[in-house]
Design a protein around this ligand. Sequence first.
Ligand code: TYD
Ligand code: MG
Length: 456
Amino acid sequence: MAKPTTQYVCSACGSTFTKWSGRCDSCGEWNTISEDTGLSASGPGKSALGAHRGKAITLTNLTTKDTPPPRTLSKLDELDRVLGGGLVPGSAILVGGDPGIGKSTLLLQAAARFANAGLPTVYVSGEESSAQVRLRAQRLNLSDAPVLLAAETNLRNILTTLDKDRPALVVIDSIQTMWSDSVDSAPGSVSQVRAAAHELTTFAKQRGVSVVLVGHVTKEGQIAGPRVVEHMVDTVLYFEGERGHPFRILRAVKNRFGSADEIGVFEMTGRGLEQVTNPSELFLSERGQPAPGSAVFAGIEGTRPVLVEFQALVAPTPHSQPRRSVVGWDGSRLAMILAVLESRCGIPFAGLDVYLNVAGGIKITEPAADLAVAAALLSAREDSALPEGAVTFGEISLSGALRPAPQTENRLKEAQKLGFTTAIVPAGGKLGGATGIVLNQMDDLTGFVGTVFGAG
Ligand code: TYD
Ligand code: MG
């Protein structure tokens, strides 16, 4: 008989160990390893072909006569698009986001929409009482939606109920509050989150029920609990936004049924979340006259062109180590662009604090934003506004060369639609059909600096 062994698990990456240590050997995080009493004792070193020989499984080929099951549309276009064109039956979806960002609001609205579209829908809250959820529904004017409600955290009770009622969609708010009695540790612990997510996703697959799990994110911006939860589900969506800004972005970071990087844009109002059908207009709405430090980037988010404003501020630093502060863009990418400007164009930023911000609370990850970042930085440093009505995009390489961005034509069309007249872009992009926008094409960053800030 194998004697039960204690295992230790890392809360950051989910690796398991036989002894405790202060630092995880697998991902290098400190103080993330804790005892995991919930695992079975099939210790390492035991061969899978030992005493426990399994039964042979049937292998099949790839042909199928089945047609893909029809997707259901919530008719909330911003959500349907992020899901890859509606909800797939039997899919498991994880929706992560900071506390208070609006996950419960979004999912109650989505549950009501899917229920109205004919899907039997159950909303299980582990955080709020049924009365609280009903009050929220009243505020959102959803009281008449045929959603069934439960306030419960015991997973066994939930699964028994779902097995009896067989809904088509279940929302679990949140996975961190669920508690499975097959695991002997507290709710919210790594092994509980993992076990609950595993049981719910297995249930989704076996019964063809779509399951939406709500997950809180940690300070580091990851869904609390092991990363394995993200691997277990078909789709991972993040609900993002800045406190104090009403705009919210639902972003697909993984989707087995659609394209990742697709975004849906919402606005939080007194009556819940409203769709924003033209995000470019929204992100540029606070813009006044062209000002130093401002550059408009024609970006692509998923399948849709989105125009956003990069704002930079450059000021002499009182400190020995200048500040580099970034909101909505990658800090190490900023460092790279500053280094390229310094070594390829001879424009130093030493002794200067640099602040970079993307207006409207959206996070931009596209490398094509490099040129817009460089333009905003240079414009701030020279204290000279970019030409009026200009957009820009393009990737900057370490040599200072500019690389064309994909989907140039879509970006230009969107810019034209919003009244922009000029585009400063790398030479050689696929331009497709003619557009009514004046193109200012350049090969490298030095050319860009000379053309745009030639007089400065
Ligand atoms: P909530 O959905 O509870 O966030 P989460 O589930 O992500 O923790 O949303 C909380 C915030 O949303 C709260 O600060 C109030 C605000 N809110 C509105 O502005 N309008 C509304 O109609 C609702 C329901 C919430
Ligand atoms: Mg909530």
